[in-house]
Design a protein. Structure first.
Length: 163
């Protein structure tokens, strides 16, 4: 397993969908992106910006509930990708030190990890398959796209999710 950092969330210019960018912390610093939903993107962005809400949002609620029953969020692991769908596990630990892995969508797992301040990892095989070494100037372009995403998040309303 390799440690990851969350580089940010941006809007894909073609599909106009949010994209989560993750990067390997150690060399060769491979990076990959995962398309995620707007609510999860907003949750991750809120955590990255260390914004506090008047009442706990879903991912914060999960972490608080775990703490109340003496369960720790130990780590998040992005395990594999199949037919373009990424898979992750949230690893929990009880008072006795027993660990259990719970399957989760990567976006939810990352949102929980950010709130629990636990490490995020990717399986070696996953990074070999999807990770790409990115030049620093490409990373700068990503931060410019973040501004577009901030505008998107600030102007989103509940009606945008009506099905």
């Amino acid at each position: 397993m390799r440690s990851l950092s969350v580089r940010g969330v941006r809007l894909d210019r073609i599909s106009n969908n949010p994209v989560l960018t993750l990067r390997e912390e150690e060399s060769p610093k491979r990076q990959f992106e995962i398309f995620i939903g707007a609510p999860e993107a907003a949750a991750i962005k809120t955590a990255l910006d260390d914004e506090q809400t008047p009442r706990p949002l879903t991912h914060t609620l999960f972490v608080l509930a775990f703490e109340r029953v003496n369960i720790s969020v130990v780590r998040v692991v992005l395990t594999h990708v199949s037919n373009g769908t990424y898979f992750a596990e949230v690893v929990l630990e009880n008072e006795g030190g027993e660990e259990v892995a719970v399957s989760a969508r990567p976006s939810d797992a990352v949102a929980i990890a950010l709130r629990a301040s636990c490490p995020i990892y990717a399986a070696d095989d996953l990074l070999e398959l999807v990770g790409e070494v990115v030049e620093e100037e490409e990373v700068t372009e990503t931060s410019e796209i973040m501004d577009e995403f901030k505008e998107f998040i600030e102007n989103i309303s509940p009606e945008d999710f009506d099905l």
